[in-house]
Write a protein that binds this ligand. Structure first.
Ligand SMILES: O=C(O)CCC(=O)C(=O)O
Length: 260
């Protein structure tokens, strides 16, 4: 172990208490799943992807990068990740999506308060997705770490209104007064750590006011009994059966996992 690796501990799979906390609160702050060398390799790769972004495309908008970068499947299908995900959703695991949200220093967009499941609508039924948010860079209050409202995943009927798309990554925000934003929990992470949230957990993040980039990789999984309904928006959205068996009696179409 080099001196740089000191203090880089891999977390054991979540305890029953951690899974219980997640089920009760809709989120869980966790430790590290990848080794330092795996994380450094991922960061180098993302740095390159960002350097190669077409003019006008923001680094917060790197949605479904795995469709065009098979390399990322070594992270998305990593057995250590799936062992952790299995603790939350069982042993039949489907990859729903992934997204790099990288906020440049002193520039990043805000993420408005939202529930992923509302954005995804009826495309997934039932709506059961867990997102693992991996800190490619350290994520802190000053560079716009993710914030969550505990127990908000129980609220399925929140109201939304449009927000200024110049300043926000997504176009709609929760407006309910009873959702107390001042009770938002800041999920600060060291490099390589991760947190988890449910498809209905209300979450947001502030713009990056610091001189440090904030890059997170959202890796999204669902149990294989969730039906993927294809519409105009997502007819080219691919899902992948990563572990176990399909539980939709053949309703879902899974793509072959590419060589990586
Ligand atoms: O990275 C962020 O600040 C927000 C992430 C997010 O909206 C998500 O993971 O669904």
């Amino acid at each position: 172990m080099s001196s740089l690796d000191k203090g880089w501990e891999i977390s054991p799979i979540p305890t029953k208490e951690q899974v219980g906390f997640y089920n009760e609160n809709g989120y869980l702050k966790f430790g590290r799943i990848f080794t330092k060398s795996e994380l450094d390799t991922l960061r180098d790769y993302v740095d390159q992807m960002i350097a190669n972004l077409p003019l006008g495309k923001r680094s917060e908008q790197m949605d479904v990068p795995h469709f065009t970068n098979p390399f990322l499947f070594q992270y998305l299908t990593h057995p250590a990740v799936l062992d952790v995900i299995e603790c939350f959703i069982g042993s039949n695991i489907v990859l729903w999506s992934s997204h790099f949200i990288s906020k440049r220093s002193r520039d990043g967009l805000a993420v408005p308060w939202h529930q992923d499941g509302v954005y995804w609508g009826n495309r997934l039924r039932p709506m059961r997705v867990i997102t693992m948010w991996l800190a490619v860079d350290a994520s802190t209050v000053d560079n716009g770490c993710m914030r969550v409202i505990a127990e908000s995943h129980e609220k399925k009927d929140l109201q939304y209104e449009d927000v200024d798309k110049e300043k926000h990554l997504f176009g709609r925000e929760i407006i309910n007064e009873d959702l107390n934003r001042s009770e938002g929990v800041d999920l600060e992470l060291e490099v390589g750590e991760c947190h988890f949230h449910d498809a209905f957990t209300a979450h947001a993040s502030n713009p990056n006011k610091s001189g440090r980039r904030r890059c997170g990789y959202t890796m999204r999984y669902m149990p294989a009994d969730v039906r993927h309904h294809v519409d105009d928006w997502n007819h080219q959205h691919h899902i992948y059966l990563l572990r176990g068996q399909d539980q939709t009696n053949g309703f879902n179409t899974y793509q072959k996992i590419p060589d990586f």
